[in-house]
Design a protein around this ligand. Sequence first.
Ligand code: SAH
Ligand code: SF4
Ligand code: F3S
Length: 464
Amino acid sequence: MQIEEIKKVANINKGKNLKYCILTMGCQLNENDSEKLCGMIEQMQYTKTQELENADLIIFNTCCVRENAEDKLFGKLGEVKKYKEKRGTIIAIGGCMMQEKHIVEKLKQSYSFFDIVFGTHTLHQFPADLYKILSSKKQIEDILDIDGEIIEGLPIKREDKIKASVSIMNGCNNFCSYCIVPYVRGRERSRLPKDIIEEVHNLAKQGYKEIMLLGQNVNSYLRAEKEKQISFEEYDGVNSFATLLRALNKIEGIERIRFISPHPKDFTDDVIEAIRDCNKVCKLIHLPLQSGSTNILKAMNRKYTKEQYLTLVEKMKKQIPQVTFSTDIIVGFPGEEENDFEDTLDVVKKVNFEQVYMFIYSRRVGTPGDRMENQIPEEMKHKRFDRLKKLVEEQIAIKNKEYVGKEQSILVEGKSKTNENMLTGRTDSNKVVVIEGKNNLIGKMLPVKIVSEHMWYLKGKVEE
Ligand code: SAH
Ligand code: SF4
Ligand code: F3S
């Protein structure tokens, strides 16, 4: 870790009352990386501001999973150029997009006012990069093509006091043909069991109640290490994702454990049994479908069929009482015909998901999907997206009604953002529940009775 560099920058900055602003795009892995960046930056004597114009240091943590994520960066860069000109703000751009060569080229051509670009494998070197800029003012490119090591012990400044995310592995080996992630995050590398367990123990000590385990394919935790015969030390019997769940379930103080994302092809029986047996592991399982058509799944390189997906869901419904599902779906993948799309609708009807994250297929440079000839016209993609959305919303409306009158256990997360006098929490199935109650309920698990439903939240009453 860069303790020396952190100290050097802190010395330069001391007493200057400097501010930083960070903009994070993309998934929870990026959010988690940003919390680590904030941890380092605050040790270097910057305080956080939400206003770009007041910042002395602006950091973009970027995402490239879909085109609209990329557009967001370019839009914002146009805006920050004037702050750079006015007050010499340091502009640092990091994250997944920076691992794409054509993007870094574009930045150099058209947005050359940036100070630092850094990639996903060099996050921990940010203090050194910043020191170089402060002392030499020369533009810095700190990007590695090879997979970086997992760096433990980075300071972290967490946004939330009740829920914390814990990354358990980096990278992805699956190469789904639409997806850019394996190219920008590298191959799968798992953290050591001991490091994860100690982190969760610490979180429990600090009062955290819910942890979200993060990885691109969490149920292949430690698999790459086993395949490559890289020795790793077991700790508390942990040598797989299932045993990790069991070990974390024993940690006192932690009330809930969630994880994203598992891959259907790797959902082994030991994981199903661990979810069933561990009382703290939430029974909402995020099981990315992507498409309900076996042909499209094959073209996507997902390695399961429509039937195998449905069989897996049935098996879990039988073995795990109260299980619910959420999913990701892409519409308009190359070659998707009407009957393929109807297979997707069919799976949605059969599984009856609690939540569906829907995406319009976006061509990503360098992926096999981008090279396929049978691309779907934009208008067709949008029409299918709207049809899927309509079905999902109808299903959710029916599901919400079923909650009314039932008792649910919620973890109270904080004050409601829209109403000061109300609190919000979530059910095991991740539904937002708004209740009346005093602030001392924040952080507590409570039984509540659901009294009414709305599209995006439920209203509950605390059981006396
Ligand atoms: N590793 C995770 C998450 C990957 S990114 C998983 O496998 O579930 C999150 C979601 O973005 C994916 O599940 C997929 O539905 C969507 N996605 C990825 N690439 C995409 C693309 N090129 N176009 C549209 N959606 C995409
Ligand atoms: Fe992308 Fe597939 Fe890996 Fe998920 S499993 S990150 S969708 S390649
Ligand atoms: Fe985006 Fe990178 Fe996550 S591409 S979805 S931020 S892993």
